[in-house]
Design a protein around this ligand. Structure first.
Ligand code: PMT
Length: 397
């Protein structure tokens, strides 16, 4: 999102000002060109020299120093594609909400039509002051993206809301929400399954597979980036993704119960989980002991088929997408599953390659849609594959 973008980071006077250094580093690492502005009070907490060295640019601290021919705040305001105000004090929030432009930071902000992100950080009583709440409401109405503070240890020595989120989380949230502003899935609910189901043998052992959940998480992220409400039904508890509700399950039966329930009012279902077709016929009450003959006979019975059940229950407006993990004749087996599971789209991936499919950060897939030619997506990161799949799903109806 920020790659190639001109990003202005405005730092104001909070104890959390030091976190702006990490934000600047992360933005530069992601490929953005970064400039920094600081209020006078921000410079009480961190020096402009630090941020100047990190950004490789002079830091804007004063409207009238060092510049002759250019109106500096107008030039910077025009240059910016995105402005971050991190951390934001009650003072700067009040100024922006009320159109006050009496220093370099507020004057630049008011002169810019860039996308704007603000992350308040202050004492909890200040944060809940009616004037601050009112001003933040105005900023939201004016199109500002407000990254809410989190509950945590404040400088005052107690736990409360008002703490600045970690810079990586601010960036992730800003990235998702800025993309979602123009998303074609606003107002749509997407249910996604991820991870390998676990079928318990006894209280300590289970049968499962090598799925890491990465493909499902990438799809969840790609769907929220398009503005969807996303429910991720997953056996693996990986990173939190802003806007994605994780529902952690374990067995196929649990995944089946949650996924079919969530699908009733959903618009799209994507089955990226590696679901176990079988489960032990009986769950041992106690840990299974070694047998006298050294072996163990297991009887397995069939699990419900989540994708097939959802595929055959879908209504006209609902889209159902499955995956097929194959090791040979990928297209033929995938086409067979597309039909048998009554899906609108099936994504095949060859899981015999160690650098794609299970657990890896990359994948290479072929998209199958009834009556259309297969569409191969060559090897790339799972998030890029997921974005391409979501874009393709949007074209289905
Ligand atoms: O999680 P990762 O490590 O990132 O790996 C990603 C992945 C390889 C697991 C993923 O890309 C993938 O291929 N998922 C589907 C794996 C699978 O179970 O394929 P299958 O061919 O066995 O099943 C076909 C489809 O039916 C799948 O959508 C599956 O979720 C669904 N299914 C299968 C059996 C069953 N009882 N219920 C189901 O819903």
């Amino acid at each position: 999102m920020f790659k190639g973008k001109n990003v202005l980071v405005m730092v104001t006077g909070s104890i959390a000002a030091y976190k702006a250094t990490t934000l600047v580093r992360l933005l530069i690492k992601s490929g953005a060109q970064v400039r920094v502005g600081m209020t006078t009070s921000a410079q009480e907490f961190i020096t402009s020299k630090t941020l100047s060295i990190l950004s490789g640019q002079d830091v804007l601290t004063d409207l009238f120093i060092g510049h002759t021919s250019q109106v500096i705040h107008i030039e910077w305001a025009r240059w910016a594609d995105v402005i971050f105000v991190v951390p934001a004090t009650a003072n700067i929030i009040g100024k922006i909400a009320n159109g006050i432009a009496d220093d370099a930071v507020s004057a630049t902000i008011i002169a810019s039509s860039a996308d704007k992100v603000i992350a308040p950080a202050m004492n909890d009583v200040m944060f809940h002051n009616p004037a601050v709440e009112r001003n933040l409401e105005i900023l939201k109405q004016d199109g500002w993206l407000v990254v809410e503070p989190v509950v945590g240890y404040l400088a005052e020595g107690y736990e409360a809301s008002g703490r600045l989120p970690e810079p990586i989380d601010i960036l992730q949230q800003a990235d998702i929400r800025l993309r979602a502003k123009k998303g074609q899935l606003i107002g749509k609910k997407v249910v996604i399954t991820a991870g390998g189901t676990k079928e318990a043998l006894d209280p300590v052992r289970y049968l499962t597979n090598r799925s890491s959940g990465k493909m499902g998480y990438a799809l969840a992220r790609a769907a929220v980036e398009k503005g969807a409400e996303v429910k991720l039904v997953t056996t693996i508890d990986r990173e939190n993704i802003f806007g994605v509700e994780k529902i952690i399950v374990s067995s196929t039966q649990e995944m089946f119960d949650v996924a079919t329930h969530e699908f009733t009012d959903a618009d799209i279902f994507i089955g990226a989980a590696a679901v176990s077709d079988f489960k032990p016929a009986k769950l041992a009450e106690h840990k299974i002991k070694k047998q006298a003959d050294g072996g163990l006979q297991l009887t397995l019975v069939q699990n419900p088929d989540i994708l097939k059940t959802i595929g055959f229950s879908k209504k006209d407006h609902q889209i159902v997408v499955g995956f097929a993990a194959e090791t040979k004749e990928v297209i033929a087996y995938g086409t067979d599953k597309l039909v048998k599971k009554h899906a609108d789209m099936l994504i095949t991936n060859d899981v015999s390659n160690s650098d794609t499919g299970f657990s890896s950060d990359d994948n290479a897939v072929t998209i199958l849609v009834p009556d259309q030619l297969p569409e191969a997506l060559p090897k790339t990161t799972k998030i890029e594959i997921a974005r391409a799949i979501i874009t393709r799903i949007i074209t289905l109806k």
